[in-house]
Design a protein around this ligand. Structure first.
Ligand SMILES: [Zn+2]
Ligand SMILES: [Zn+2]
Length: 119
């Protein structure tokens, strides 16, 4: 789950767990939901991001899927929400930085760690 945490953004695990077929590797796995907020960015890269984002993470291979905000906030409020396959397969591929290896599921154009252009 390292690639979700980024560098110093805050991450909170929500009180949610569900068994689901992982869209990435096909195994039955426990899915956890994380809320990420208040992104840290280096001052020389104008990539500020504020506000909450929600991710479902499969325990099997740690693949992460960004959840629609509306679904995430319902989970945050403690409502029982079923993450079905169509949500969980909305997959976001982690980008990896060529120069430092930093991984992020965010849609950054530049590496938040070293500033190199991401593919
Ligand atoms: Zn998996
Ligand atoms: Zn980098």
């Amino acid at each position: 789950m390292f690639f979700i945490m980024g560098i110093s953004q805050k991450k909170k695990r929500l009180d949610y767990a569900q068994m689901a077929i992982c869209a990435n590797c096909g195994r039955l796995s426990q899915v956890e939901v994380y809320m990420v907020y208040q992104y840290f960015m280096f001052f020389f890269i104008p990539l500020f991001k504020w506000g909450k984002q929600y991710f479902a993470v499969s325990n099997c291979c740690h693949s992460a899927v960004e959840l629609p905000r509306e679904i995430g906030s319902r989970i945050e409020r403690g409502e029982s929400v079923t993450l079905d396959a169509s949500i969980l397969s909305g997959g976001i591929q982690a980008k990896a930085c060529d120069s430092c290896g930093f991984q992020t599921v965010e849609d950054f154009d530049y590496c938040p760690k070293c500033g190199a252009k991401l593919r």
